[in-house]
Design a binder for this molecule. Sequence first.
Ligand SMILES: Cc1ncc(COP(=O)(O)O)c(C=O)c1O
Length: 387
Amino acid sequence: MTKLLSEEAKDDLLHRGYSRRQLAGIATVFGVGMLAASRGTPAFASAGHPDAAPSAKVRIGANECWTGPLAPGQAAAAAMIASSNRYSPHDEHGDFRRTVSAIEGVPADYVAPWPGSSDPLSRSVVSYCSPTRGLVTADPTFELAGRTAEWLGAPVARVPLTKDYTHDVKAMLAANPNAGLYYICTPNNPTGSVTPLADIEWLVANKPAGSMVLVDEAYTHFADVPTASYLAAAGKDVIVMRTFSKIFGMAGMRMGYIMARPDVLTKMMRYDGGMQSGALPLPSLACATASLTAKDLIAARREEMRANRAIAFEALKKHKLTYVPTNANMFMIDWKTKPAKDMQVAFRGKSVEIGRSWPIWPTVSRVTVGSKDDMIAFSAALDAIMS
Ligand SMILES: Cc1ncc(COP(=O)(O)O)c(C=O)c1O
């Protein structure tokens, strides 16, 4: 297994306190294709991705978009297939970087595309955490960073959200003042809550030297809030991460990107020589580039999500159920006395696949906002289950 790692990568890992035995685990995480192919690796253990062919008629459990890529993206991807005999017919990687640069205000060489964001998320943990410099994450939040750190043998501190469901950045720093990576998911999965940029700035200003702040903005377009990309553009110790798996409807096309200083990008490429970032399928890359600039279509999809979400909220109100205030395409229902696992089974009985719960809140279920029809079906299933 460790043959997959370069000598430079091995030296770096051993220098940071990993044992030779642990190198095999790292090679498994980043061996080409292994991350996606093996059920034993952190991505599948934690991402909560549903079975490949779920039988439910209504699928509102995995925070996917209810519909496919935006029309200009679909057209660009379809057109690209005819030119895909070339590795790079027209510098598609450059087009992507320049497009992100224009929209986000970061230099083009601060942008790296990836096949989704699970890879750079795990890779950030490998690049900045070690047995002596742990990870600090929130609870509840998207678990992939925490599970990757545990997999690698790096200590993990899980810090409860504030009473407003934002990341408690002061408590996060206090939980490990010498961590290698601080993970902020905003809007947060599963709560949909937004952590103020002022709090992120505070963490960046006060964190220990040599550490990184990873800001995961997977759901940012659903919330329409200011991004942290200006911190990356200013050369701070910040990685801003995006995915096309959410509002852009491209979960199966596998596209994401990060924004960070070039030296950070180089460090993150160290474990595979840039293979994952450099070997993206061109139709996915073209689809992403064309989608990014479709401002009006993005806004329209956000409005559609909000209208659909309102249908579900009406149904919850009718049954006097409370939910966590959300800014994204997901909401958390508190069943109070009923275990979330049992409610998931009850919905499954109505062919509605809702989301899972988190151990810290065992009576709370995450539900993804789907299409209008999905939300009407969810409401009908809720009525039947509650009666
Ligand atoms: C917060 C967050 N980050 C990252 C991901 C990874 O998604 P992908 O690998 O499809 O980009 C997800 C997926 O659900 C997520 O919720």
